[in-house]
Design a protein around this ligand. Structure first.
Ligand code: APR
Length: 320
């Protein structure tokens, strides 16, 4: 059986980390693509030279031409500019929309059968635009946000409860941004929901509220610390989990930005919801019941995504 091929569209901080993780896990051969000349080639060579000591066997190639992604099974898109300190995700809209156009056309031409994972921000609008520009089936194009947001939530909860992150599950819905909706009722420690843990005296509502708020601004916190860039280890790790579920038909249930066609009362929009990822891409959108508060927050989040998509349509008439 031929090896799988994974193309990283964008070979910056996240793209390089993605390639490293994919190689370490031997998910397939890897192409690093970027418009910057030398960068993908240099990273590919450096990563290939990490193979002998670590013992992974993956071919790595750097490219500036879309021809090199031909036949890719998975494309992970990070092309664009990252958020700088003081810049909101939404400020990125205009620049990254143009990038999505070029990337969407490149994928459509050279890797139309790929499962595409978009990471570029503002995520929910960019994944929508990328799908529009590429014309790929909706179930083959998803956005990575929920896995990262729920990982942040899990990390903070594990610290709060002083238990292993392995036993903390967390649910985060909605758009990737300040309006994301961490769902406390569906977040647990080994199956015990957080509201029960509060009753058991493990924490207080105030402390959990503060954690929810910290999760919402989790990306900004890291931008503020790094000063010259945004998070890359956890975003890359989160996207690899999604790629692996597709490549190995694992059917994992993960929160991702997926195209909705009426679920949660939302039509033709990408929003963060639980989905099952298997060999067919998005195999199921899972509709969970939301309490009044979460439903209202989800709606606020959907409205924010709608606004961004409308702004995209305003910038590029071909999206109407
Ligand atoms: N085609 C291909 N690559 C591009 C293009 C393009 N049209 N435009 C920019 N790039 C490349 C840049 O040359 C750079 O190498 O995208 C890469 C982006 O890498 P970084 O600047 O290091 O950004 P990174 O931290 O990887 O984040 C990428 O993910 O989380 C989001 O907000 C983040 O949108 C940002 C993206």
């Amino acid at each position: 059986m031929a090896r799988k091929k994974i193309a990283m569209i964008g070979s910056g901080m996240i793209g390089g980390t993605l390639a490293h993780l994919a190689a370490m896990k031997e998910l397939g051969d890897i192409v690093l693509f970027d418009i910057a000349e030398g960068v993908p080639q240099g990273k590919a060579l450096d990563l290939a030279q990490a193979g002998p000591p670590e013992g992974f066997d993956a071919k790595l190639k750097g490219a500036n031409s879309y021809e090199e992604i031909a036949g890719a099974d998975v494309c992970i898109v990070t092309a664009g500019i990252p958020r700088k300190p003081g810049m909101s995700r939404d400020d990125l809209l205009k620049t990254n929309l143009n990038v999505m156009k070029a990337v969407g056309e490149g994928i459509a031409k050279h890797a139309p059968d790929a499962f595409v994972i978009c990471i570029t921000n503002p995520l929910d609008a960019m994944v929508w635009a990328l799908r529009e520009f590429s014309g790929l089936p909706h179930q083959k194009v998803v956005g990575m946000a929920g896995v990262l947001d729920s990982s942040r939530f899990r990390h903070f909860l594990a610290e709060e409860f002083d238990v292993s992150v392995e036993d903390v599950t967390a649910f985060v819905l909605g758009g990737h941004g300040d309006t994301m909706v961490p769902v406390v009722e569906y977040s647990t420690v080994a199956g015990i929901p957080i509201p029960d843990l509060i009753k058991m005296g493990w924490s207080t509502q105030e402390r959990i509220d503060a954690i929810v708020q910290r999760t919402r601004s989790g990306g900004g916190e890291i931008v503020g610390l790094l000063k010259t860039g945004s998070a890359f280890y956890a975003p890359a790790t989160s996207a690899i989990v999604m790629a692996e579920s597709y490549l190995k038909d694992k059917k994992r249930l993960l929160p991702c930005a997926a195209h909705l066609t009426g679920q949660y009362g939302v039509d033709n929009l990408y929003v963060g919801v639980p989905i099952v990822i298997g060999a067919n891409g998005v195999e199921k959108v899972v509709e969970i019941e939301l309490n009044e508060g979460a439903a209202a927050n989800f709606q606020t989040s959907v409205d924010a995504v709608k606004e961004l998509v409308a702004a995209c349509k305003g910038i590029d008439g071909s999206l109407n």
